[in-house]
Design a protein around this ligand. Structure first.
Ligand code: GTP
Ligand code: MG
Length: 136
């Protein structure tokens, strides 16, 4: 079955929302295939976010992702990649639709990077690549 990499980013862990977020993904019907809490490293994040290297938000994004523990999970189920991104909502939490994780639980905190609680892979290729990065 299809798999995706989900990260509860440092803002989600620090706010005590890990259980709520994982629970919402399970409640939609997807299963946890792997789960751990990790501290990222710069090397790991440069691999994970390779597509964003050189963009203006890259450095603040890396600093944010190094600011505290992350919960990394592999979820599985038919069309889980698309299904999780729909559940997560739009990148910007201020305008993400209510009913989504970012829309219900996130807001703008006036900092440089979008602190938007979660990451989800955007294709089967990136899912397999990212699972390899976080669960080597
Ligand atoms: P992910 O699931 O985290 O990959 O979110 P996404 O696919 O909705 O966003 P994308 O891959 O385009 O960007 C990765 C992360 O970089 C986002 O989740 C944000 O935290 C941050 N980010 C993306 N675009 C911007 C931007 O234009 N400005 C700022 N400040 N941060 C951004
Ligand atoms: Mg992305």
């Amino acid at each position: 079955t299809e798999r995706t990499l989900v990260l509860v980013k440092p803002d989600g862990v620090a706010r005590g929302l890990t259980g709520t977020i994982l629970s919402r993904i399970e409640a939609k019907g997807y299963s946890i295939a792997d789960l751990k809490q990790v501290y990222a490293t710069r090397d790991l994040l440069e691999q994970h976010y390779a597509e964003h290297a050189g963009k203006p938000f890259f450095e603040p994004l890396v600093e944010f992702m190094l600011s505290g523990p992350i919960v990394a999970a592999v979820f599985e189920g038919q069309r889980v990649i698309e299904g999780f991104r729909s559940l997560a909502g739009a990148t910007e939490p201020t305008t993400a639709a209510p009913g989504t994780i970012r829309g219900d639980l996130g807001r703008d905190w006036g900092v440089k990077v979008q602190q938007n609680l979660v990451h989800g892979s955007d294709s089967t290729e990136s899912a397999e690549r990212e699972i390899g990065v976080w669960f080597a």
